[in-house]
Write a protein that binds this ligand. Structure first.
Ligand SMILES: NC(=O)c1ccc[n+]([C@@H]2O[C@H](COP(=O)([O-])OP(=O)(O)OC[C@H]3O[C@@H](n4cnc5c(N)ncnc54)[C@H](OP(=O)(O)O)[C@@H]3O)[C@@H](O)[C@H]2O)c1
Length: 344
């Protein structure tokens, strides 16, 4: 049995649900993959908790469900210690960065990701910030130090958008990518179109369902999808790309009348991230687009996200996920951990 020592920064929706999956699937993972995942250190905004022989994952999950900080963890808590301080003297094989996404300076994730890769430790990302700001640097750091950097959870949660593009299209050229990478905007436009409601009502529905923040700017103005397209451009398309390379438009100005007029033309308006090969470069855009009603992305429902890869030799590959909450993203994090140790 191979023991994997996991450090986790961020025990919110993603980190906490990962603990839940680790508890539920511990025996299945041991049987199927011959691995035992031990959580040796965790960090949240209260501080850290550390135990070299493995923290009790169920107790940690319950502590976070009770809205307590990990620093209160009996016998293991270190109030006020930062994630980076914890990593500097922790025994671990893999770091999960599930801290809040920050696209100003990438922190607190970026310093911890740099530190881990420079030490040859593998890193799994749910946090997009460090990848959006420093993809090339981090990929090089991983290569130089023999570490793996995996981030399949960062683009449309459980949907294997990155894996299909990086691994399964190997050897083919990608001529166009069309993605619904932001669930909130698809939820809003789909409900508007299907129920005949206006934007404010659909947004309020998304907020009530817990999929839109009180300040929905990042989603509805297109920046969350733009972050994800930056990651796809850097990884799948191998194009060094920053946010400034994208044209980004949000969905705030899409009216019910626009959606109905599209329907009358046999079209559906969807929030799309697009990379289009123009012969010398990719044109990268995010915004609402009218699609033929039979297009795979036009067929997505309000809980769905999806991607279509158009390729030169491998035809057109589409994938769609129905994702009603954060759990599939946590499962994608586990997928990445296992893929390091199972050779995928
Ligand atoms: N939710 C999703 O469906 C989803 C999908 C894909 C990707 N993501 C990304 O995954 C990441 C985590 O998302 P989430 O929904 O789990 O967020 P969340 O619920 O807001 O949780 C964030 C966690 O990070 C902790 N944290 C805050 N500042 C920290 C610091 N300085 N050092 C260490 N930990 C710190 C928080 O501590 P406290 O618990 O003490 O507040 C909390 O546990 C984000 O980057 C997000 O963009 C989320």
């Amino acid at each position: 049995m191979q023991e994997i020592r996991l450090a986790i920064m961020g025990l919110g929706n993603i980190g906490r649900n990962l603990l839940d999956i680790l508890v539920a699937r511990q025996q299945a993972n041991e049987r199927a993959y011959g691995v035992k995942i031990m959580v040796t250190g965790v960090a949240d905004s209260s501080g850290t908790a550390v135990c070299p022989s493995g923290l009790d994952a169920a107790a940690l999950r319950d502590l976070k469900l009770a809205r307590k900080g990990v620093a209160t963890c009996h016998g293991a808590g270190r109030p006020g210690q930062t994630a980076l301080e914890m990593l500097q003297d922790l025994e671990y094989d893999v770091l999960l960065d599930a801290a809040p996404t920050n696209i100003q300076d990438g922190e607190p994730g970026l310093s911890c990701v740099r530190h881990s890769l420079a030490q040859g430790r593998h890193v799994i990302m749910a946090d997009k910030g460090p990848l959006v700001l420093a993809f090339g640097e981090l990929a090089n750091l991983a290569r130089e130090h023999g570490a793996r950097l995996l981030y399949s959870a960062t683009v449309a949660g459980g949907l294997p958008t990155v894996n299909i593009g990086v691994r399964d299209l190997a050897g083919s050229g990608v001529t166009r990518v069309e993605g619904i990478f932001n669930g909130t905007t698809n939820y809003i436009l789909t409900r508007m179109a299907e129920e005949g409601i206006e934007y404010p009502e659909a947004l309020a529905g998304a907020q009530a369902a817990g999929i839109a923040e009180a300040d929905p700017t990042l989603d509805v103005d297109g920046w969350d999808a733009a972050n994800k397209l930056v990651i796809i451009a850097n990884s799948v398309l191998r194009r060094p790309t920053a946010l400034a390379d994208l044209q980004v438009r949000g969905i705030r100005d899409v009216t019910l009348r626009d959606l109905q007029a599209a329907q009358e033309r046999g079209q559906v308006i969807k929030p799309l991230a697009i990379a289009q090969w123009t012969g010398s470069d990719y044109q990268l855009t995010v915004g609402p687009v009218a699609l033929d009603a039979r297009h795979p992305m036009a067929l997505t429902g309000m809980w769905d996200m999806g991607v279509v890869y158009h390729t030169d030799y491998m035809g057109v590959i589409s994938a769609v996920i129905e994702e009603k909450g954060p759990v599939p993203t946590s499962a994608a994090v586990l997928r990445d951990i296992l893929s390091i140790y199972t050779g995928y």
